[in-house]
Design a protein around this ligand. Structure first.
Ligand code: FNR
Length: 188
């Protein structure tokens, strides 16, 4: 956690666990800014190009993209992870990012964080979320417990990087407000 909170805008780093251009999770993260409180800035980090974790690579020096990821996490007041569910767990892309992030001592512990997910199906990737939450808790991150946000039929609720479903808009707005409150509380 940073010692002082940004007095102008609170900075949330948003990370999607899917690399494809048409990813619902990437679109979901792009839709957040317009629903965020006016004093919140949401910055996205693209995991495309991040290598699979390899201890031999690490000892030669952190790859540039991993160093950039570490810096963005450090600069953020809180981190939003958006993960699809693959075979009943978080995506490999997001787990790999968590693994690289965990290699910088002191970076993740006590950092406020939250998780969001969705699926074209009817459950919203709840199992993917649970497995990611377990890892983040294991690392000592301060994970927002409630509200949790797992959006079913996400493909029908997004259009051109906007959430078009009113009740989902409200859930997302409330969830962002709760995450902001969580960050502020933890920095008191
Ligand atoms: C999936 N999908 C999926 N969905 C789900 O609800 N539970 C699951 O266990 C899985 N498993 C799974 C495995 C693999 C390898 C793929 C490629 C997909 C479907 C998945 O939720 C859907 O493709 C999402 O749209 C993926 O997220 P993005 O890429 O749209 O962000």
């Amino acid at each position: 956690m940073s010692d002082t909170i940004n007095t102008t805008k609170l900075r949330m780093l948003a990370v999607a666990g899917s690399l494809r251009q048409a990813s619902l999770h990437r679109a979901l993260l792009r839709s957040l800014q317009e629903l965020a409180p006016s004093d919140v800035e949401i910055v996205m980090f693209d995991l495309k190009g991040m290598p699979i974790y390899d201890g031999d690579v690490e000892v030669q020096g952190m790859p540039d993209i991993v160093q950039a990821f570490h810096q963005e996490i450090e600069a953020a007041d809180g981190v939003i992870w958006a993960t699809p569910e693959y075979n009943g767990a978080m995506s490999g892309v997001i787990k790999n990012a968590v693994d690289w992030a965990s290699r910088k001592k002191g970076l993740l512990a006590k950092k406020p964080t939250t998780v969001i997910s969705g699926s074209p199906g009817s459950l919203g990737a709840t199992k993917g979320q649970e497995s990611l939450r377990a890892s983040l808790n294991h690392l000592g991150m301060y994970v927002l417990a409630r509200p949790s946000l797992a959006i079913p039929q996400l493909d029908k609720k997004l259009r051109d990087d906007h959430i078009i479903d009113e009740s989902t808009q409200k859930f997302v707005r409330d969830w962002l407000q709760s995450f902001q409150d969580w960050i502020v509380q933890l920095n008191k």
